[in-house]
Design a protein around this ligand. Structure first.
Ligand code: NAD
Length: 424
């Protein structure tokens, strides 16, 4: 039986524990849980039948028990991953760590070194690598069907609704308190790009981007600090909090249902609870009169050498949350538009592969990640070349760190050799 402990019992960890219980019930025992929020500890403890004696109010209390599981999930918010991981590594825990590792590349590199020295494996939750849609793309590129891959043009359409929720009102709105939006949202995308180029190190990176729209000067006439505070533009504003969280048809969708707990802190919140927090809480704030500072649009151009390049775009300005990409090879191309995957081999015509990227929700990527992590723990990971171990993840974190330096220098091209030599 594999023993699993978890720190940070929010939406991600709950998803992973649920997958373990549904698909590996006979092989996995959830032995210890930890969260600083007493309600989350109680709810998740009860849901997964973990006795009170194995529920811990902070990481120190859990670590004081020594090593009491084979694997540890770290599912807390971005800024805490490294500090929690350090003592866990010392105790010898193999770790499933939420992305990003850290917004500070030096910390990422030091953590990888520490894990190597202690012979501990850290798998970073780049769930999209485990999604069958991206798995198929990787397989097609590897097979040489489109010849030699020359360029990737990839766009992360965050969705206006999702951007407002997470990056204007939510946990990732202030860079100093979390991470740049490029790291929080697009470390998956840059990881994928790196992976499609066979984890080849990038030579140089440049980036431009800004917080273009969600700013004070763009507030409509008569806007108030809270949408429910008598805003004159309420009816016409697509970002009205009451519309987003209560009256929109999306309210019934999984996305909003799922966010109700995050909004109210209650496991079973009703409409009145949501109204209460929207009146003067962060999710009721006007998206223009707020204290957010992360970019709402950014592009990154990456030179992998030997003529291989990638262009990544992150944007808040889309109706849907969806990723689209175009892979251009010497003998063909792949067009990935979220609802389809089309292969054009030059001279041979167009073929739809009938695959959908069923996002949001990561589709089957979450399941693939969890099963792979369990296989790593039990020694069953047959082919580990595509597992997102921390070593595989460092280059994409470095590209993003370099992109942020470039953005702050108006797009100056940053040579990765200089980036590494400068101590980041
Ligand atoms: N892999 C993905 O695709 C993906 C998707 C979304 C979020 N994430 C990442 O997952 C992480 C968690 O996100 P979430 O949406 O589940 O967050 P969440 O806010 O739902 O849950 C975080 C939990 O951690 C607890 N916590 C915070 N600090 C703690 C500490 N020091 N010790 C113990 N518990 C602590 C909180 O009380 C909360 O219950 C973040 O780093 C986020 O960026 C990854």
């Amino acid at each position: 039986m594999l023993k699993i402990a978890a720190i940070g019992l929010g939406s991600r960890t709950t998803e992973y524990l649920t997958i373990m219980r549904l698909l590996r019930k006979k092989e996995v025992e959830i032995t210890a849980l930890c969260d600083i929020a007493p309600q989350a500890l109680k709810d998740i403890g009860e849901r997964f039948n973990v006795p009170e004696s194995r529920r811990f109010p902070n990481a120190e209390a859990l670590f004081a028990q020594g090593k009491i599981a084979d694997g540890l999930i770290i599912g807390t918010q971005d800024a805490t991953h490294v500090e929690i991981a350090k003592p866990a590594i010392e105790l010898g825990y193999d770790i499933l760590m939420e992305k990003p590792i850290s917004g500070d590349y030096a910390q990422c590199a030091a953590l990888a070194e520490q894990a190597k020295a202690k012979d501990v494996r850290i798998v970073v939750c780049h769930v999209l690598r485990y999604h069958s849609y991206y798995g198929k793309i990787k397989e097609l590129i590897r097979s040489g069907e489109i010849g030699r891959l020359v360029t990737i043009n990839h766009t992360e359409n965050i969705g206006y609704f999702h951007f407002a929720h997470s990056y204007v009102r939510g946990d990732w709105k202030i860079e100093a308190e979390s991470t740049p939006a490029l790291l929080a949202k697009c470390c998956h995308d840059i990881d994928l790009i790196q992976w499609f180029f066979d984890e080849k190190p990038a030579l140089s990176v440049s980036s431009i981007g800004s917080l273009e729209y969600f700013r004070r000067e763009n507030a409509p006439a008569g806007a108030t600090e809270f949408c429910l505070g008598g805003c004159a533009a309420k009816k016409s504003c697509p970002y009205d909090a009451e519309y987003h969280y209560i009256t929109s048809p999306l309210y019934k969708s999984t996305f909003v249902k799922f966010k109700k707990r995050r909004l109210t802190g209650k496991a079973k919140a009703n409409k009145a609870d949501v109204y209460e927090v929207l009146r003067d809480g962060p999710f009721g704030r006007c998206v223009f009169l707020n204290d957010n500072d992360v970019c709402d649009n950014q592009t990154v151009s990456i030179d992998f050498g030997d003529g291989q390049t990638a262009l990544h775009t992150m944007t808040a300005f889309s109706q849907k949350c969806c990723r689209k990409s175009h892979f251009m090879g010497t003998k063909g191309e792949l067009l990935c538009n979220h609802n389809d995957l089309v292969l054009n081999v030059f001279g041979k015509g167009r073929r739809s592969l009938g695959l959908k990227l069923a996002l949001p929700g990561h589709g089957n990527g979450d399941v693939g990640l969890v099963l792979r992590f369990l296989n790593v723990l039990s020694g069953k990971a047959e082919d580990t070349r595509d597992v997102t171990f921390i070593e595989q993840t460092l280059p994409s974190h470095a590209i993003i760190a370099a992109a942020e330096i470039s953005r702050k220098r108006n797009g100056e091209r940053i040579h990765m050799d200089d980036f590494y030599a400068s101590g980041y």
